[in-house]
Write a protein that binds this ligand. Structure first.
Ligand code: CTP
Ligand code: CA
Length: 224
């Protein structure tokens, strides 16, 4: 947990963390989003900073304002988050995508409020860009990439598939069916998955999970 890690073991590293949820507008009064308070991402940013890293935080919609970092970029949509990550990732040694990025957005954003009618409504959606897959395909020399995975079933199989398909080094898998895990709680139960193996961590605070994730990132960097 906090305190067990050597102080300053991330000194000299530039770390980019994304946190919170994207918002995809439907019309001036409505939008699509995902559950996310941003707290896991904030805990990662804070832990990285405490361990000596220079931290850039890209934050979508969050329950509380982001903590001060070396740089903080606020974004709304997945497309805006993509551009912020594209900019900030070019000289980052470590990128951690803790944000809940919408997979789909409305194909058209209505300029005027959509009025209800008597019948059912259909909303046409299109895919957003997969930011983490883009990072995996455009990886800079010596860059380490970490993602998160939310699943309600087949946690390890599905999460390992994401690790491989996105071409990343570490995925932090969240089983939403486990008590104490997931949204709106201060704790988390996660499995850390790398190409070599996997470790299920016991129930821990988000800060403790953050420190374990950063230690696993350092281990992945050393093993390369
Ligand atoms: N992610 C991303 N860009 C997207 C969607 C997801 O960068 N457009 C990132 C998330 O930030 C997370 C990882 O990909 O680090 C996995 O997100 P998750 O939603 O669990 O998986 P998906 O690949 O989107 O697959 P699905 O939602 O279908 O399970
Ligand atoms: Ca998704």
């Amino acid at each position: 947990g906090p305190g067990d890690e050597p102080a300053g073991d991330l000194a000299g590293l530039r770390v980019l963390v994304t946190a919170g949820a994207t918002i995809e507008r439907i019309d001036p009064v409505r939008y699509i989003t995902n559950h996310s308070t941003g707290r896991m991402g904030f805990a990662l940013a804070q832990a990285a900073r405490d361990r000596g890293a220079r931290v850039t935080l890209v934050a979508g919609s969050t329950a509380e304002p982001p903590p001060p970092m070396d740089a903080v970029v606020r974004v709304e949509s997945a497309e805006q988050m993509f551009h912020a990550v594209e900019d900030a990732s070019c000289d980052a040694h470590v990128v951690i995508m803790a944000a809940a990025v919408a997979d789909y957005r409305p194909r058209r954003v209505a300029e005027q409020k959509i009025k209800k009618t008597d019948g059912p409504a259909v909303l046409e959606l299109e895919r957003t860009r997969d930011i983490l897959a883009w990072l995996g395909a455009h990886r800079r020399d010596g860059q380490t990439l970490c993602g998160f995975s939310m699943e309600t079933a087949d946690l390890v199989t599905n999460s390992r598939r994401k690790l491989v398909e996105k071409g990343i080094d570490l995925i932090v898998a969240n089983d939403l069916s486990t008590p104490g895990a997931g949204f709106g709680v201060g704790t988390n139960v996660v499995t850390l998955i790398t190409p070599d193996g996997q470790t299920r961590l016991p129930l821990a605070s988000k800060r403790e999970v953050a420190d374990q994730v950063l230690t696993a990132v350092l281990r992945a960097r050393a093993g390369r």
